[in-house]
Write a protein that binds this ligand. Structure first.
Ligand code: NAI
Length: 463
């Protein structure tokens, strides 16, 4: 079985390895670096920068935990950038090695469909190669969406890729969009001494996050000195004496903010323009490739996974979809289940959630209960100097089944796996609380939040 995978991101390379494990003859085509957006200009480099700025904040707060610093603590922007490149390069070469071990042939070039069983690959030196396949997986990812705002092409207006490779730490930054990218970059640059302003068109930030947690996050970001404008529409970006001026309208009429750089983070769009997919009858909708739960497109033998399908633009979803596609190609019968997909936002403290938000439970007319535990009452959170977080359980009223878990606190992104498994196994509150949780951990607060559903938490007053 000859398989061609288009795109070497966390969707494509995982699909290629899984198909090769199952005996397929796999060719992977990638025009840039292996690892895609995630490894090169997304998840990994942003978290490297975040790690440095979080550490800086902790060092500055050292006196509170009995650590005194004699001398200056300064930011070495070049040093941070070098570390970012080192981590990225290590992971990219790891992917290269894994593909080689699994005997996946990697071609550096740009693929497009020539027929329903043929791709044409144009290589960097201008030469080309046609490959016939039995199956293909499109994993071409996404690119930042730049809205048609006047001035959005001015120098100094950047997207997330540009923000990761700035030559200097900017003095000021306006971020258009208070979604995941906007909030994560605000969390990177604010502690580094950059004046950050977020302009968001909705009345709240982080639209998919449980509203109570998005409000707590907003309050924390504002308390740290970030200027936040909600309900605002950007009308124009223009040059000014200090860099750029962003003009916007909101509840208080016309406003403007000046900054050295402007980061546009209003979402991403699929990256399929040069594939000639539609020309070969592959159906799309609003620019995304249409797929079913088995990751099949409407054309037999051609599958699509990851951001280009627009299902749920997360690296871990792309990888799971890749495994589903590869296994189906190799004769299994697998389906994607999005019910237990965790979502994480790397603020300080972190946000992580899985399942229904309270707003979704209301919208669906579900009779639900809530259990909440404040991390101010959790020993490990206090030890770590984080006491503003919460853990919130949403359960079904009749059976006490766990429907959603939302965490705002340290290590949230690691803790969420327990909740994802609970939802996957249709666990009840009783099953969470009868599981012994280690002490002292943040994880104990998961059990307390579950106990709070029935007003039985031990370490707080139940109301
Ligand atoms: P997003 O969809 O998360 O947020 C975009 C925000 O911009 C929304 O709040 C929206 O209301 C706002 N917006 C849209 N148009 C606007 C305008 N003209 N003016 C002001 N605000 C406007 O998109 P984002 O943050 O660009 O992220 C793209 C994708 O990448 C998302 O699907 C996200 O889940 C994914 N991602 C995931 C991460 C993670 O898992 N930790 C990290 C970064 C990105």
């Amino acid at each position: 079985m000859k398989l061609v995978v288009i795109g070497g991101g966390p969707g494509g390379y995982v699909a290629a390895i899984r198909a090769a494990q199952l005996g397929a003859d796999v060719t992977l085509v990638e025009k840039e670096a292996l690892g895609g957006t995630c490894l090169n200009v997304g998840c990994i480099p942003t978290k490297v920068l975040l790690h440095s700025s979080e550490l800086l904040e902790e060092i500055r707060g050292g006196e509170e935990i009995g650590i005194k610093i004699d001398g200056k603590v300064t930011v070495d922007w070049k040093g941070i950038q070098n570390r970012k490149s080192n981590v990225v390069n290590k992971l990219v070469s790891g992917v290269k090695g894994l593909l080689a071990v699994n005997k996946v042939k990697v071609i550096k070039g740009t693929a497009k469909f020539k027929a329903k069983d043929t791709v044409l690959i144009t290589k960097q030196d201008g030469s080309s190669e046609k490959i016939k396949f039995d199956n293909a997986i499109i994993a071409s990812g996404s690119v930042p969406f730049i809205p048609p705002i006047e001035g959005s092409k001015l120098p100094g207006v950047i997207d997330s890729t540009g923000a990761l490779s700035l030559e200097n730490n900017p003095k000021s930054l306006v971020i258009i969009g208070g979604g995941v990218i906007g909030v994560e970059f605000a969390s990177i640059f604010n502690p580094l001494g950059c004046k950050v302003t977020i302009i968001e068109m909705l009345p709240y930030i982080l639209p998919p996050v449980d509203r109570e947690i998005s409000e707590l996050t907003k309050t924390k970001l504002v308390s740290e000195g970030i200027d936040m404008y909600n309900n605002c529409k950007v009308t124009k970006i223009e040059e000014s004496k200090d860099g750029l001026k962003v003009l916007f309208t909101g509840d208080n009429g016309e406003l403007s903010v000046e900054a050295e750089k402007v980061l546009v983070a209003v979402g991403r769009r699929s990256n399929i323009v040069n594939l000639e997919a539609e020309k070969n009858d592959i159906k799309t909708e609003r620019g995304f490739i249409l797929v079913n739960d088995k990751m099949e497109t409407n054309v037999r033998g051609i599958y699509a996974i990851g951001d280009c399908t627009g299902k749920n633009m997360l690296a871990h979803v792309a990888s799971d979809q890749g495994v589903v596609a590869a296994e189906n190609i190799m004769g299994k019968n697998k389906k994607m289940d999005y019910k237990t997909v965790p979502a994480c936002v790397y603020t300080k403290p972190e946000i992580a959630s899985v399942g229904l938000t309270e707003e979704q439970a209301k919208e669906k007319g579900i009779d639900y209960k809530i259990g909440k535990f404040p991390l101010a009452a959790n020993g490990k959170s206090l030890i770590m100097g984080e006491n503003g977080g919460i853990i919130k359980f949403i359960t079904d009223k009749k059976y006490d089944e766990v429907l959603g878990v939302h965490i705002f606190g340290p290590r949230a992104t690691d803790l969420i796996t327990e909740a994802a498994l609970a939802i996957r196994l249709e666990a009840t509150v009783e099953e969470i609380v009868s599981t012994v949780h280690a002490h002292p951990t943040i994880g104990e607060a998961m059990r307390e939040a579950a106990l709070a559903v029935n007003k039985e938490a031990i370490h707080m007053v139940n109301r």
